[in-house]
Write a protein that binds this ligand. Structure first.
Ligand SMILES: [Mg+2]
Length: 382
């Protein structure tokens, strides 16, 4: 917008600035959807293994230091929660079945649901593999009702992935996220502008997004237990006790949250690197050290369906001097072997070296989405 030089552009820019200054409540009403897959990792495991259906399942390691990454609803009935040490989970639910995570599969499903979102809007802000905010105020299908869009999306997710998602529909991110949680699993809930303030009022403070256990304890000490209590506090009081978060708390207690939906930022490069325990001097150990780094970059390409045309090798020497060498090719690199050959081709001319090498890194840039055909094939493979 700032780049514009014509009168019209400047006028439009000023209008946009003015629009931003419109006080809360008078702002143009937005339509925000929060989509959240139900017990995501655990649901994928139950989908792919009949024997796990209807049973308490925890995704994660069962060993001594293992942690539950996700729990099925059957396991949750016993009080098993994600991030809980596996030992404690087993104590709460002796029949609990532990399954090792399969992140490649979860990432592939995540891409499937994001493609569904993208049919409706380009304003998608993923929070994790299984959760995203969508701004559908102006959507690609011209559907007036956000509720209708949320139902469409839930139906498509069920049809294409055999998994269920819950949706929250509201006029801002804070309330949309609360709404998706309200009728979980497999539910949809709408918080209208009329309902917003009352909904927040009755809410226990620990249910507020952005209020963790520490903040909950602090608020409780200050006599704040519900949204209503929070709303009773003046802004300076909240700023004094919660610093920068003060205004956020002040406004969400009134159901006001003007944070925009930030569309997924476009990545400029994909890279990985490793610092070695001992400096390397010759080609063979460096080649061996590069192998897992290249593999990691390639796995990321596969998981995100992104391909690059430029390979960059980063070398840090024992004296901390750092150099990079790059090579670009005409077509996107579409297999591991090509990426490896190009990477090693950048390393070879630098050797032999008198100084030891303490770090090697590989990154890919000039990125683009993989061809649609390739993407379909990938999702079949997985
Ligand atoms: Mg979820």
């Amino acid at each position: 917008m700032l780049a514009g030089n014509t009168d019209r552009d400047r006028k439009a820019f000023r209008a946009e600035l003015l629009e931003r200054d419109v006080p809360a409540g008078r702002e143009r009403q937005r339509k925000i959807i929060h989509i959240d897959m139900d017990a995501f990792f655990a649901a994928v495991e139950q989908r792919d293994n009949l024997e796990l259906r209807g049973k308490p399942v925890a995704v994660g390691g069962s060993r001594e230091r293992g942690v539950v990454a996700a729990a099925s609803y059957e396991a949750r009935k016993f009080g098993v929660r994600s991030a809980m040490p596996s030992i404690m989970a087993k104590r709460r639910c002796p029949e609990l079945i532990f399954v090792m995570p399969r992140f490649e599969i979860y990432k592939a499903v995540s891409l499937q649901i994001r493609e569904i979102f993208a049919e409706y809007t380009s304003l998608i802000e993923p929070l994790s593999l299984d959760e995203a905010y969508l701004d559908v105020t102006e959507n690609l299908k011209g559907i007036a009702s956000a509720t209708e869009i949320a139902e469409d999306i839930r139906t498509k997710i069920r049809r294409e992935t055999n998994l269920t998602a819950s949706a929250g529909v509201s006029y801002n991110k804070f309330l949309a996220k609360l709404a998706s949680d309200y009728r979980k699993p497999d539910g949809l809930f709408v918080i209208t502008p009329k309902m917003g303030p009352a909904f927040v009022e009755s809410l226990p403070i620990e249910k507020f997004h952005g209020v963790g256990p520490a903040t909950t304890a602090k608020m409780n000490r200050l006599g704040i237990a519900t949204g209503l209590d929070l709303r009773a506090q003046p802004l300076p009081f909240l700023q004094q006790h919660f610093g920068k978060s003060g205004p956020y708390f002040y406004w969400i207690a009134r159901g006001v949250d003007e944070r925009p939906v930030h569309a997924d930022r476009v990545r400029k490069s994909i890279g990985a690197e490793n610092t070695f325990a001992r400096d390397l001097h010759t080609f063979e150990p460096m080649r061996d050290a590069l192998e897992p780094i290249i593999a990691k970059v390639w796995r990321h390409c596969q998981a995100t369906c992104i391909r690059g045309r430029t390979v960059t090798l980063k070398v840090k020497f024992a004296d901390f001097q750092q150099i990079t060498r790059s090579k670009s090719v005409g077509d996107a690199i579409d297999n591991f072997t090509d990426l490896e050959i190009l990477s090693l081709g950048l390393l070879e001319p630098l050797l032999p070296t008198e100084k030891g090498v303490r770090l090697l890194g590989i990154s890919l840039s000039s990125l683009a989405q993989a061809q649609a055909a390739e993407r379909r094939q990938l999702s079949l493979v997985l």
